[in-house]
Design a protein around this ligand. Structure first.
Ligand code: UD1
Ligand code: CA
Length: 488
């Protein structure tokens, strides 16, 4: 083992013009986190003595997203001099003046590299004693990347950017992943010499490689084990590619941890999600942010859960949920919309075409069909009939509906909040509940039905309805008559 110190420089100052976005490129998310946050997390796993993140474009937004307050983590501002070389130079100025260790340079837009790949790169660098070691990759489609140009003896000569490459150089398939380890001293010395004589007029870090070789310093290249992890995100096509590769990795890890995923390509799981063994995920499911799913739960198909907690053995089918808690053994969906503050108790049910918000629904309680339940507390073992609506808003303020244990309500009720239904109460079909219902009472708010005989034929003569009614009545009369004959 060597006791050489390590400093990590993460480049995140560029605008990301090719994204054509108002959001800085490095803040575009994959797997639920900004690109640059993946890079920072990987850097953290290497336990470097110093971490420096270089920012410039939209610096406050980027800085806010990444400031993690850990020891010797510093955000460094790049000045108006452009280029990856300048970015590294300003970062080096923010290291201790006597820093003589290795500098690992990472790009904020190369999010898929893992710590073990970087640890191997650092180990190879230290073993060879080279001034610089490049992470390279052999790509079938190298367009857009800097190419690694080698001499006749096979050693690395320099890196040429695609825009500056001759046709022969552009035909090279070995690319620079934008990730390097340098010994600090030769990096400092040669960065000073980098000029802007290139197609973009920028000070390229990549030029340091050729300069080191010209000074007879050794430069090595280590190939990435899987070339796909070298993917750099410059546009939205590459953003989707990176997201898909990361997602495939996340899904595979969960499968190996005991989660059944029927269709990995239509299942999207953020890095922040936690799943238990024997969870089953059906096609078309997105589990996002801080979602946690307990064992035996079945999620999907076609379900999106954001910041949700799903209990053991629950089923959640064709559902959209945010900041909701679903109890053990509960059943949700199909076609349910769980808005923030929904808390469904164990073995409860939120069924078809039901929307809930700020609603606590107790154990074994059910809201099975066509309902809106907002700002509501429901006790245990209650059942709301089809078409229950809590009228929680009176045009000025929101009010609560409280429904006690074992309450059963009739179909198509409106609960005009604030209102309470005591334990065991019942309501009739179509009731509009404006007043509290005492425990155990039956509440009827619909006037008794009256039938006005012959109303249609009298008031709507000649209509199809009147004719149908007349026909029905004469048929009924004939039937009654023949019955009388038989009886006689
Ligand atoms: C860069 C490399 C290229 C390599 C590719 C790998 C250079 C000159 N080229 O090209 O050889 O194949 O990455 O993905 O380095 N940045 C700054 N300050 C700047 C400019 C850029 O911090 O002034 C940051 C960007 O935010 C980005 C990274 O550096 O995170 C790379 O910049 P980008 O413009 O994407 O370089 P590429 O053209 O991809
Ligand atoms: Ca790039």
């Amino acid at each position: 083992m060597t006791d050489t110190q390590l400093a990590i420089v993460i480049l995140a100052a560029g605008q990301g013009t090719r994204m054509k976005s108002s959001l800085p490129k490095v803040l575009h998310p994959i797997g639920g986190r900004p690109l640059v946050s993946h890079v920072i997390a990987t850097a953290r796993a290497l336990h470097a003595e110093h971490v420096r993140v270089v920012v410039r474009h939209e610096r406050d937004r980027v800085a806010e997203a990444i400031d993690d307050g850990e020891a010797d983590f510093e955000i460094v501002d790049q000045d108006e001099i452009a280029g990856t070389g300048r970015a590294v130079e300003v970062a080096l100025e923010r290291l201790p003046a006597d820093f003589g260790g290795d500098v690992l340079v990472l790009s904020g837009d190369v999010p898929l590299l893992q710590a073990d790949t970087l640890a191997e790169l650092i180990a190879a660098h230290r073993a060879s004693g080279a001034a610089a070691t490049i992470l390279s990759a052999e790509l079938d489609e190298p367009t857009g990347y800097g190419r690694v140009i080698r001499t006749a003896d096979g050693s690395v000569a320099r890196i040429v950017e695609e825009r500056d490459a001759s046709p022969d150089e552009a035909a090279v398939h070995e690319i620079n992943a934008g990730v390097y380890v340098f010994r600090a001293a030769p990096l400092r010395d040669h960065l000073r010499l980098v000029d802007t004589a290139n197609a973009q007029g920028e000070r390229y870090l990549t030029d340091v490689i050729g300069l080191l070789r010209a000074a007879n310093e050794a430069v090595a290249a280590a190939a990435a084990p899987d070339p796909r992890v070298a993917l750099g995100v410059n546009d939205r096509v590459q953003l989707a590619e990176a997201a898909a590769i990361l997602n495939a990795r996340i899904v595979r890890d969960w499968q190996l941890a005991g989660v059944t995923v029927i269709d990995p390509t239509t299942t999207w799981i953020d890095e922040t999600v936690v799943l238990a063994p024997d969870v089953t995920i059906l096609p078309g499911t997105q589990l996002l942010r801080a979602t946690v799913v307990a064992t035996g739960a079945v999620i999907g198909p076609d379900t999106t859960l954001v910041d949700c907690e799903v209990g053991e053995g629950a089923t959640v089918k064709r559902t959209d949920g945010t900041l909701a808690v679903i109890g053990a053994g509960a059943s949700v969906g199909p076609f349910s919309y769980l808005r923030p503050g929904t808390c469904l108790g164990a073995n409860g049910k939120i069924g078809t075409f039901v929307e809930t918000k700020n609603a606590t629904i107790g154990e074994r309680s059910k809201v099975p069909h066509l309902s809106y339940v907002g700002d509501t507390t429901i006790g245990m073992g209650a059942n709301l009939g089809a078409g229950a609506i809590t009228a929680n808003y009176d045009d000025l303020a929101k009010h609560r509906t409280e429904i006690g244990d074992e309450v059963h309500t009739g179909s198509h009720n409106v609960f005009v909040a604030p209102v309470r239904l005591g334990a065991g109460a019942k309501t009739g079909a179509g009731a509009v509940i404006r007043k509290d219902v005492p425990a155990g009472a039956l509440a009827l708010s619909v006037a008794p039905q009256r039938n006005l005989e012959g109303w249609v034929e009298k008031n709507r003569p000649g209509t199809a309805a009147a004719e149908a009614a007349a026909h029905s009545r004469s048929a009924q009369k004939a039937e009654d008559g023949s019955e009388e004959e038989q009886e006689a």
